[in-house]
Design a protein around this ligand. Structure first.
Ligand code: GLP
Length: 243
């Protein structure tokens, strides 16, 4: 595992955006795996700036988002699809047909997950997967459990995740209790992975991601089995591993 540790969230976001921008320049038709959540917002903002001010070209870039809430349509303001439109897609020259998402309103979510895995395989897999991390160590919506699903699947959200994500909704009861997500295999099959984490609340999860122990109690610890992972952290998120 490699580490890029910045003193602030803003610096971390710029470092991560620079890394992604370089990857796009090296392979203009790169296949990216994309996260949502509060953490990547600064990185997306910087990618938009790089597009607008420095001509970073998204015209051939292809994207697959990690996950989506079950039951939320793409124009629901709390859907991850809507988040991506607002934070990235509507500000850059990415082509609509190159944006891929698990639908939260598919009639048959299991079929939808199979379709998604095939779509990823059809483009030759994900080149660069960008991840955030939950306070409980979840990646995508792969929550701590006795067993994890390798491929995209339907999942029940952990109570702690519902509580953590309630800040984006009017009230906690509005947070969907289920989601569709890439599996840990879908993530680990990516050629390269970067993970962003910021703040004290992620210290333990980051420690568990790097301490040499692989456990399904902390799904991000599986990243230790991958040969090309870089963590972009701010000082607070890195505090425990620096000790
Ligand atoms: C959500 C998403 C994850 C994300 C995590 C952390 O539950 N499904 O992909 O990494 O939350 O979010 P935040 O960056 O807001 O802490």
């Amino acid at each position: 595992m490699k580490y890029v540790i910045s003193s602030t969230y803003d610096e971390m976001s710029i470092e991560a955006a620079k890394y992604v921008a370089d990857a796009i320049k090296a392979k203009p038709d790169i296949v990216l795996g994309l996260p949502t959540g509060g953490t990547p917002v600064g990185m997306y903002k910087e990618l938009v700036r790089l597009h607008k001010e420095e001509g970073l070209d998204f015209s051939k870039v292809r994207t697959f988002n990690l996950d989506e809430y079950l039951g939320l349509d793409s124009d629901h303001p709390q859907s991850y699809r809507y988040f991506m439109e607002t934070n990235l897609f509507s500000h850059v020259n990415i082509k609509k047909e190159n944006i891929h998402f698990l639908s939260g309103i598919a009639e048959d979510p299991n079929e939808e997950c199979l379709r998604y895995e095939k779509a990823i395989a059809d483009v030759g897999g994900i080149d660069l997967m960008i991840l955030g991390i939950g306070t409980n160590g979840h990646i995508g919506f792969n929550e701590p459990a006795n067993c994890l699903q390798a491929n995209s699947h339907l999942v029940a959200l952990a109570q702690s995740t519902i509580e953590a994500n309630a800040r984006f909704f009017e009230k906690k009861e509005d947070v969907p209790t289920r989601a569709v997500t890439m599996g840990v295999g879908s993530i680990l099959r990516s050629k390269e992975i970067i993970l962003l984490a910021s703040g004290k609340s992620k210290q333990d999860a980051i420690y568990g991601t790097t301490n040499g122990v692989v456990t399904l109690d902390l799904p991000a610890s599986l990243l230790q089995l991958h040969r090309d992972v870089t963590l972009f952290l701010d000082e607070e998120a890195a505090a425990k591993i620096k000790k």
